[in-house]
Design a protein around this ligand. Structure first.
Ligand code: NAY
Length: 291
């Protein structure tokens, strides 16, 4: 994971009007983001609507991405599922089709014990030669520092995608686990503090639609220009907080379409902006939006 740093969109998965995976749009989106300078792609995560897709569809989406990327940027494949066997199947496939790293949410829904979560990551990382980035996200149940330490001891677990907002823990991970344990900050609205507290990169939904803001923010933090980073974070947050109140993934997909890469539509029960009138209303609301 030490080779994968910077700004990585948690890639959207384009679906067409009938909710079928849209390979053409997927390829166009990948090129659009690489041309805009992103440092890598995080595929079939929560922003990629993975949990609304069948395993076959997840595999197909990843195949299309790695085929289109052709090694231009690193690809992290999110292979998380509740069943270890299913995750292993997805992980092996990800390795076969050329992903550079794996990531996984912990098994969720039933409230698994720490031992069960450790076994889950141990079994998956043993099944391939790819590095694993564990995924600490409130939606799947936060780890807590003790569990992060246990996960970091598993051979192959080389880092964490840290989507919790307790950024002081980023410092603690670097101090107590080690600076070579790679951390990606996952809350876009706090990208500046994640990076300032020591994260090696940022992975998030809004790097699909406004990557330049965050590429500039990442560079500003690296250069120690906190005034500039703060100003950029404010620009990003205006977009984020507007969007979060309005079917965020669908709105991000339309915002990409307005910029030349039509990312299609979401799967239900997410809503969509299908008509021109709906899109115009969204644009009007955004013009009128004050943070
Ligand atoms: C993924 O797996 O798609 C992600 O990386 C998601 C990261 C996002 N967090 C969640 C909980 O969806 O980008 C963030 C998030 O959309 C943003 O910070 C706005 O809250």
């Amino acid at each position: 994971l030490s080779q994968i740093k910077g700004v990585l969109p948690a890639l959207v998965t384009p679906f067409d009007e009938n909710e079928n995976f849209d390979e053409g749009r997927m390829r166009a989106v990948v090129d659009f983001l690489i041309n805009r300078g992103v440092d890598g792609l995080y595929v079939t995560g929560s922003t990629g609507e993975a949990f609304m897709m069948s395993p076959e569809e997840r595999k197909r989406a990843l195949e299309v991405v790695t085929d289109e990327v052709k090694g231009r940027v690193p690809v992290i494949a999110h292979i998380g599922a509740i069943s270890t066997n299913l995750s292993i199947d997805l992980a092996k496939h990800a390795e076969k089709v050329g992903a550079d790293a794996l990531s996984s949410v912990p098994p969720f829904y039933w409230g698994f014990s720490q031992d069960q979560i450790v076994s889950y990551y141990t079994d998956i990382t043993a099944s391939t030669g790819l590095p694993m980035c564990a995924y600490n996200v409130p939606l799947a149940g936060l780890f807590g520092f003790d569990l992060i330490k246990k996960l970091a001891d598993i051979p192959g677990v080389e880092g964490i995608k840290y989507t919790a907002t307790t950024h002081h823990e980023i410092m603690r991970i670097k101090a107590e686990i080690g600076t070579d344990f790679i951390i990606y900050s996952g809350a876009d609205e706090m990208a500046m503090s994640g990076l300032a507290f020591g994260a090696d990169g940022i992975i998030g939904s809004f790097y699909n639609s406004i990557p330049e803001v965050y590429l500039a923010l990442n560079a500003a933090v690296a250069a120690g220009d906190m005034e500039k980073a703060k100003a950029l974070q404010e620009v990003g947050n205006a977009v984020i907080f507007f969007t979060l109140a309005r079917n965020p993934i669908a709105a991000i997909k339309r915002a990409m379409a307005w910029q030349g890469a039509d990312a299609g539509y979401c799967r239900k029960p997410f809503g969509n902006f299908y008509t021109e009138a709906e899109e115009e209303k969204l644009k009007d609301e955004f013009r009128a939006f004050k943070t």
